[in-house]
Write a protein that binds this ligand. Sequence first.
Ligand code: HEM
Length: 483
Amino acid sequence: CLWVRNLRLKRRLPGPFAWPVVGNAMQLGQMPHITFSRLAKKYGNVYQIRLGGSDIVVLNGSKAIREALIEHSTEFAGRPDFVSFKEVSGGNSMTFSNYSKPWKTHRKIAQSTLRAFTSANTQTKKAFEGHIVAEATELVDIFHKLSAGGQYFNPGCDLTVAAANVICALCFGKRYGHDDAEFRTLLGRVEKFGEVVGAGSLVDVMPWLRSFPNPVRTMFLDFVDLNRQYFGFIKSKVVAHRETFDPEVTRGMSDSIIGVIEGNGNTGLTEAHTESTVADLIGAGLDTISTALHWSCLVLAKYPAIQTKLQELIDREVGRARLPTMEDRSALAYLDAFAYEIMRYISFVPVTIPHATTSDVMVDGLLIPKDTVVFVNQSSVNYDPMTWKDPLVFEPSRFLDENGCLDKDLTNNVMIFSAGKRRCIGDQIAKVELFLFLAILIHQCHFENKPSQDLSLNYTYGLTLKPLNYKISAKLRGEFLPG
Ligand code: HEM
């Protein structure tokens, strides 16, 4: 009976012909999100592909994605039962675990801790901004040195350390610095994480590939090792905080999470959940932010007229005698518009972390069975010509209204933090970090492309899109202002 029902359901969902054993794996190409958008033109915004042994539904376009993730939020709140997901954060990751009652508690704790440290309380909010200023000014100094004598450099590594330092400072009250070799090695490896958990990775859908030597197996084994090394590092810091825990003194989010999960509140969660929450927040908060900043530096070098417009605006509103702060935000709407255009145009998280359905559900008139893996192609929303005029053109001012203010209806149309029950919980702090990092970097530096380098903004695909090895310079604009 189930077999007959499945057969009927399969026929209802449109999609390309799937080959035996591999399914559609060979058709995804180097840029699966672009392939997903192309297939949507042929099969509609909701269709099915097959990867190895898994049937996967792909959602495209604002209407279908919002119908699924918002109107049917519980039905789409699951995560697939993937082997790689169980390797993350010691096996207790909130981000990578399925929808359940303990998951809801876990998410609520992570969400309220983030809010308390970055927006609710003036003192912690100021400390958060202070961490960003400290890292941004150190970056300026590093970039200045790397550009000395007309040299060009890849800013990726230093941006990752800077973003990691901000989130580590929030969690532990301590940064680990640009010179700490262990920390730098670890962060260099974190970059590989997204290749395995990104939608379209073959590690989980073709499990047999893990059993004999081949690139997918190597990738998986590296992933396991990297997760263990990363989690070991974070766990040792949380354990040290637990041993010296004083309920009267909160040194950072780690202490706050220890207090909530391991205090008397009876959350049903354990010490292992404390460690995984901290590991999840640090992991999510460093790769995404550093990727956004990396793309921003490249785009500034690629579009000098936009860079000059931003510099002139910041010089006019802030002056050259001090650094920009969050208080300048309302006067710098064009800078926020630039950040939104980076999120839209680059769509550097093109497909969300894979979802799974928690029960049978209808979307766009199509029945999707329980436990189906779902890929949410959010980049398709950012390039929809029905929403965006000239979507292929990089134009920050598209987000400004006739008074030069941010048009909230338009900014809400950008989809990069997903939607519904799995929506990113770090979206607000991400926007603050991007604004302040960019304001200081643009105020202090002038980014230039290496002559003869074609800055075509190509990338490698994964959960985040990583720019290729482009080199730029960042010359100091006037006198260096320490934070
Ligand atoms: C999940 C985007 C920054 C914490 C996600 C997801 C996306 C995303 C697309 C997956 C949603 C889904 O599966 O439907 C981004 C972008 C960022 C950013 C574009 C920066 C520009 C951050 C920061 C933090 C954070 C700074 C925390 C410090 C999380 C967590 C989840 C998540 C914990 C898992 C939510 C869940 O599974 O319930 N983010 N994120 N993110 N993000 Fe972010």
